[in-house]
Design a protein around this ligand. Structure first.
Ligand code: AMP
Length: 188
């Protein structure tokens, strides 16, 4: 099954995606991780997006749409993929629909991790404190911009998928194991 995990930065999408990789053999596709790899490799894309990402803004739609279109065709996605951090705008969601239709693939579910925004700053600060490789955008200023980007550009995809009757909400404030239980129930 192919699914989308949706939620603001720090909602726990990456943690849940990794659990699903382990338990179901699905492949986590994190556009944030892919972009960070491009930056680390100093590729043309990496050089183009570094300053944008560091600031907390979204990179242009076509960059991530192209990445995902190529990525979902790889053999490791055959058992299903988990989109983590994509789509993040309505045009990305529309492009995803078009590419899935063209490749004869389907979305099984769109799972929204619903979280209390006040708790997110604390979560991200904790992540930055615990990580050895602190992300350039894990700081208060960039986080504020990432949350604004989520509200303005990503939240509109919630009604987009509600309109298609695909959206499932889970309580993202619960403990990690309880969040994954909720997701397991949805996936069956
Ligand atoms: P993430 O690791 O998902 O929090 O993403 C980190 C950053 O990568 C975001 O703040 C954006 O700058 C960029 N990014 C990741 N995914 C997307 C996307 N689907 N659309 C636009 N920008 C993205």
């Amino acid at each position: 099954m192919n699914i989308i995990l949706l939620g603001p930065p720090g909602a726990g999408k990456g943690t849940q995606a990794k659990l699903l990789e382990d338990t179901r053999g699905m492949k986590q596709l994190s556009t944030g991780d892919m972009l960070r790899a491009e930056i680390a490799g100093q590729t043309e894309i990496g050089l183009r997006v570094k300053a944008i990402m560091d600031s907390g803004a979204l990179v242009p739609d076509e960059v991530v749409i192209d990445m995902i279109a190529h990525r979902i065709e790889q053999p490791d996605c055959a058992k299903g993929f988990i989109l983590d951090g994509f789509p993040r705008t309505v045009p990305q969601a529309e492009a995803l629909d078009a590419m899935l239709a063209a490749k004869n693939k389907k979305l099984g579910a769109v799972i929204q991790l619903v979280v209390d925004e006040d708790a997110l700053l604390a979560r991200i600060e904790k992540r930055a404190a615990e990580s050895t490789t602190v992300r350039a955008d894990d700081n208060a200023e960039a986080l504020k911009k990432r949350l604004t980007a989520y509200r303005d550009q990503t939240a509109p995809i919630v009604p987009y998928y509600e309109g298609k009757n695909m959206l499932k909400k889970v309580d993202g404030m619960a403990a990690v194991n309880l969040v994954s239980e909720q997701i397991d129930k949805i996936l069956g």
